[in-house]
Design a protein around this ligand. Structure first.
Ligand SMILES: [Zn+2]
Length: 152
């Protein structure tokens, strides 16, 4: 067997094995739609392998695909909405908890009247009379931070 014959035979063997990778996008033909050149892929396959083309892209194949996609999409939609519902519930719970205990971390005040403001805050004097008391998660002396940067 000459080298040329061997080459011819090996290449015909490759064809016989039907390596079904797309020359355009290098994905298997079934996955061309995930590539970026589906139009070119389809034209290439249609010219090269009309049988495979119609198996993949015939109306029948597309209908089957659509059916299975729809089922998958429905399932994922259901999963998503269940997830959203859980998130919304968690959020509502958190908001309820925050309403019960506002949990103020720190109040920063600054300016010429910081001491007065601080006293008003701690005494819940006007205009702070609506603020929750310390036992309800409102502010206490340690929460009030006086920013005196501006004064310096
Ligand atoms: Zn392709």
């Amino acid at each position: 067997m000459s080298a040329e014959e061997a080459l011819a035979e090996s290449s015909s063997r490759v064809q016989a094995r039907e390596v079904r990778y797309c020359e355009i996008c290098t994905f298997p033909y079934e996955y061309c739609e995930y590539g970026s050149s589906l139009t070119k892929c389809k034209a290439n396959l249609e010219a090269k392998n009309p049988r495979l083309y119609s198996a993949l892209y015939s109306e029948e194949a597309l209908t089957d695909k659509l059916k299975s996609l729809t089922t998958e999409q429905l399932e994922s939609l259901e999963r998503d909405s269940a997830k959203r519902e859980r998130k919304a519930q968690a959020k509502a719970e958190k908001e309820r908890a925050q309403l019960a205990h506002p949990g103020i971390d720190e109040i920063h005040i600054q300016g010429d009247v910081v001491d007065e403001v601080k006293n008003l805050l701690l005494q819940h004097a006007k205009p702070f009379e609506k603020m929750p008391s310390e036992s309800e998660g409102g502010i206490s002396e340690k929460n009030v931070v006086i920013d005196d940067k501006a004064a310096k």
